[in-house]
Design a protein around this ligand. Structure first.
Ligand code: NAP
Length: 520
């Protein structure tokens, strides 16, 4: 085991500190023992998992984070206008309510600050290893341990651990489209999740490719700065009004002094969002009646130019692609310095984008709001389980699958937070993560109780679970025929959870343990 990974020579009680707004990891003492757990990723999942281990008194673990600070997608997506589209009182850990959210839908900077606060308050920073990328993990049968290979400051190191818990998210790897000539562009180009803040957009001629959840948030801001903005839309999406507003001082005071009021607000948002699962997963017609009608009214009210209006009418069922929330996206498209182009992109040239109709749209800045590679779970990490089976290769044939999104046969003691089929169209992913974290802790407790070296999901339980899940997915709105990032190359939905979040919580509860066998 590498001493340097564990941080030899520094006392374990060095307090976490801040370097400006950037958290810096303190070191652990050195040890020759394998770790109890390695957590990969320091976003919501990684921080929540680490806090749960610490609450249970487990201290011999590290959180390996390839970035320079905590925050996951809330660190990476710093584009102007970035904000959550789930109400903040619900999009927060249940164990760390925050009474002073500035608005109903908090901006990115506030969510990032919240995550840093949680990492600090719960002692997670002490276990953090920043700029440390996990490249591979191999189950060593003789040792009954995971060997984890990491790159740290360009150096290769190894660490052994009993539990391997990945918390790498589904939306961490930007997807850059393979447009012909893309490498020839001579201006500045970047993806929305790698926003180039050193490149002022004032007076620039800008192209935006993509009109999804990220683009509708940053396009209005770019439109205000750019001299000219051309938005390239492949598919129109459903957009509904965003019921956002700042919290009033008296409301924040009430949340601070009367915690039940805050709990009630969270419960209200939880119930209101959970009802939507009926439309997404049972009766898509309901979504058309409610969200579809609201989106059509929103479009008609905000876009009065008939030509622009027609370009923005979606053809797919509402909810098949994510329903977007925005009050300023449509008005920004109607500005005189903005053009919405629906002709297909033929090629990127040195100085712009050429569309299929032969027009060259000259720009000096190209922004990709083209989403993420979501269905290649855990890639590019190479995870090798029992008998040398490699996880991503195994999944390539049959689509990514896991039991409860968390565990896979032949990969003992591997748990994936936010793994296959645990994304939501209707509510807060933080709620799902907390169900998963509790499940991992239950497995860990059961393992210790049985004095076992590990747990492995039973193949028959894994198969039965996935057959039922795919049957349920067939009747969801995501299977009504549109192309979306929820579907893999073979058209299988390996991303979304086809039910209520309380059903998932129930299944990840104590009864979920029956699907595992103990490894002596
Ligand atoms: P996205 O929803 O996948 O949207 C990507 C956009 O790029 C789509 O409009 C897509 O068109 C377009 N596109 C992709 N490849 C293209 C190509 N080759 N040529 C032309 N257009 C292309 O990505 P995103 O907007 O980054 O959002 C991803 C997810 O992140 C969301 O669904 C949501 O879950 C999450 N998110 C959440 C928030 C939040 O508030 N919590 C905010 C932002 C993002 P098509 O529709 O035709 O494929």
């Amino acid at each position: 085991m590498s001493d340097s990974l564990l941080g030899a020579g520094r006392p374990p009680d060095v307090p976490p500190w801040e370097d400006g707004e950037t958290l810096v990891a303190a070191d652990l003492g050195s040890t020759d023992q394998p770790l109890e757990a390695v957590i990969v990723g320091a976003g919501f999942g990684g921080i929540g998992m680490a806090a749960a281990l610490l609450r249970r008194g487990v201290r011999d673990f590290v959180v390996l984070e390839k970035g320079g600070e905590v925050g996951g997608c809330w660190r990476d997506n710093s584009y102007p206008g970035a904000a959550c589209d789930v109400p903040s009182h619900l999009y927060a850990f249940s164990f760390e309510p925050k009474w002073d959210w500035s608005r109903r839908y908090a901006p990115q900077s506030e969510i990032l600050a919240y995550l840093k606060h949680c990492a600090r308050k719960y002692g997670v920073t002490r276990h953090l290893r920043l700029r440390t990328e996990v490249v591979a993990a191999t189950w060593e049968e003789m040792l009954r341990l995971w060997r984890v290979d990491v790159l740290r400051d360009g150096r290769h190191e190894q660490v052994h651990t009993r539990l391997l818990i990945t918390a790498t998210g589904q939306l961490s790897r930007p997807s850059i489209p393979s447009l012909p000539g893309i490498e020839r562009f001579r201006g500045r180009s970047f993806h929305s999740a790698r926003w180039d803040h050193s490149w002022p957009l004032l007076g620039k001629s800008v192209a935006v490719v993509g009109t999804g959840a990220s683009a509708v948030q940053f396009v209005p801001h770019v439109a205000e700065l750019a001299s000219r903005l051309t938005v390239f839309q492949r598919t129109p999406h459903h957009v509904v009004a965003r019921p956002d507003r700042p919290y009033r001082a008296w409301e924040q005071a009430l949340f601070r002094t009367c915690p039940p009021a805050q709990a009630l607000t969270r419960a209200y948002w939880y119930a209101a969002h959970e009802l939507r699962a009926l439309g997404f997963t049972r009766w898509p017609g309901l979504l058309d009646l409610l969200a579809g009608r609201a989106a059509r009214r929103h479009l008609a009210r905000q876009v009065t130019d008939p030509a622009l209006h027609d370009k923005l009418i979606p053809e797919h069922a509402p909810g098949c692609k994510r329903i977007l929330l925005s009050n300023d996206y449509y008005p920004s498209l109607a500005r005189s310095n903005v053009e919405l182009v629906i002709d297909e992109i033929a090629a990127v040239t040195e100085d712009g984008i050429r569309t299929e109709d032969g027009r060259l749209h000259r720009v000096d800045t190209l922004i990709y709001g083209t989403g993420f590679v979501a269905t290649d779970f855990l890639a590019p990490m190479r995870i090798t389980g029992l008998g040398g089976v490699e996880l991503t290769a195994w999944w390539r044939d049959q689509g990514a699958r896991a039991y409860l999104g968390l565990s896979v046969p032949r990969f003992p003691n591997l748990f994936m937070l936010y793994g296959p089929n645990t994304n939501l169209g209707h509510s807060s992913i933080v709620y799902m993560l907390e169900s998963q974290i509790a499940h991992v802790m239950r497995c860990h407790r059961a393992m210790r109780h049985a004095n076992a070296s590990g747990v492995e999901v039973i193949p028959e339980c894994f198969e039965r679970y996935n057959e039922r899940l795919q049957r349920q997915i067939r009747r969801t709105v995501w299977n009504t025929g549109c192309a979306s990032w929820y579907l893999d190359a073979a058209g299988r939905n390996t991303v979304n959870w086809p039910g209520f979040t309380f059903q998932y919580r129930w299944q990840t509860g104590r009864r979920g343990l029956q699907a595992y066998r103990m490894i002596p």
